[in-house]
Design a protein around this ligand. Structure first.
Ligand code: MN3
Length: 202
């Protein structure tokens, strides 16, 4: 199966002022498109992987043939991470917060939504180099905050990503330069919690 760059569910400028249109254009149209192209290129070399889903490949990296394992890790992870990222964003609004069951679980797990935000932001800002910060679901431990380097997916640790924040410099540098904390802080207003809740429910 050939993977395709999914269209954004909103316009390039929809996430202004947190994420500027130019960043979105490059991030989606160049960075994400490259992950898709290189993932396809790798999979063409290994027809044995053709019938698997990307989730299955990422969830069992040891089963991926060594010849394409690094490519699947980087570009398959990149495609999966970014597809999730775009879908869990929405235009900014004040007082943006989860509702319903996910809100209850976050409060129950971390103490309150504010404590969760504080802990998540600290971990996101603290990622050294390029990577991601996630709210992920473990079958055993429930909700947890984790970070991953590069394009590693929580699926590689047997966790299901609920929301993720891309903290690679390409995600924020044009607008925020070195101020990653400003980007993280602004991101709270554009999280699509409705989508996150649906993901959590599944
Ligand atoms: Mn990115």
């Amino acid at each position: 199966m050939k993977y395709e760059l999914p269209p954004l569910p909103y316009a390039y400028d929809a996430l202004e002022p947190v994420i500027d249109a130019k960043t979105m254009e490059l991030h989606h149209g160049k960075h994400h498109a490259t992950y898709v192209a290189k993932l396809n290129e790798a999979l063409e070399k290994e027809p044995s992987c053709a019938d698997s889903t990307l989730e299955k490949l990422l969830g069992n990296m040891d089963a991926v043939p060594p010849a394409i394992r690094t490519a699947v890790r980087n570009h398959g992870g990149g495609h999966h991470n970014h597809s999730l990222f775009w879908n869990t964003l929405r235009p900014a609004r004040e007082g943006n917060a989860p509702e319903g069951m996910l809100a209850e679980k976050i409060a129950g797990t971390f103490g309150s939504f504010d404590i969760f935000k504080e802990q998540f932001a600290k971990d996101a800002v603290g990622v050294f180099g390029s990577g991601w910060c996630w709210l992920a679901l473990s079958e055993v431990e429930g909700l947890k905050i984790i970070t991953t380097p590069n394009q590693d997916s929580p699926l590689m640790q047997g966790l299901v990503p609920v929301i993720g924040l891309d903290v690679w410099e390409h995600a924020y540098y044009l607008k925020h330069q070195n101020r990653r904390a400003d980007y993280v802080n602004g991101w709270w207003s554009i999280v699509n919690w409705k989508e996150a809740e649906e993901r959590y429910g599944k």
